[in-house]
Design a protein around this ligand. Sequence first.
Ligand code: ZN
Length: 329
Amino acid sequence: MSFRGRVGRFDHVFRFLVPLIVIHAAVIAIVPPLQFGVVFGSLVLLSLWPVAVQHRVFTRMGCRGYRAAPGAKKMERSPRDCCALCGNTEFHPKLTISRKGDDFSIVQCGGCGHVFVADPPADTANHVEIEKIDWAFRPRHHQIRRLILAHLKSGQRVLEIGCGRGEVGYLLRDDPVVYQGYEPARGLSDFGIRAGVPIVQEIFRGGDMADAIVIDNVIEHVAEPRQMIEVAARSLRPGGLMIVITPNVHDVRAVFPQFRKRHLWIPPDHINYFSARDIDFIFTAANLPQPQRFRFFPLSLKDYRFFPRAFSETLGLSIFGHNVFAIRN
Ligand SMILES: [Zn+2]
């Protein structure tokens, strides 16, 4: 694998510090003196965040509270011999997490800094019993739909890779675009198909061309995330829209132990942990333009809870999940 797309080590300065200096200047200009101390103090604390990222504080944070279930069935493993992003074979151990009855080694690539599980299970698809499944519509599904409808013309094609139940397909059912989901996990896809969502129950291997491709909370689960985006990018027509959503290893909420335990260090469900730099790297490797953050583009007034994230993304800060898109040249 090549190192194409590798980002310079000082990029965090431009990604985080410059926007923060701009915020500080804006606050000094508009906030009355009495409130200034509180606001400025908060911003100084926020400024420490890129320092924490640079020194990988979140990656090193322990995960107390995990317990391996005694006597749980050991899962079959598929150890990795190289980084799925840059191909480097040198890893540094970071954490060992005991979860769902097994221990998992979380390591950091010595080449590109990507963090991942070195010994993931062989099958990461979530095969749930259909009787236990119901729709799980989230605000992001509506946001994806709005982005698609803003970009695509009538009759154009949407592919969703790893679509699960197919919430996006269900939301698009009365819209003038053609949806096709791919989902190898039975149960989830059985449920979507029963509800009328067109889903192929296989891994997407390319060859099916589209004007928009959605990969929503998938690349953190698969053994070859870079390859998945590359295959998808080759299936995107010129001018097509690529939407990728995945958690952020440097999510600012990781300062809370409960967040780390429930949403961050959760192998074997999540086996890859992406930084903003990793996301840029993958898009460049797939010959896609640098990804743009969702910002305010797909939000409605009902999405007011996402305004802080949109605001920080507008300033160039990646402090919550990665919600990104790119238009293929
Ligand atoms: Zn690497």
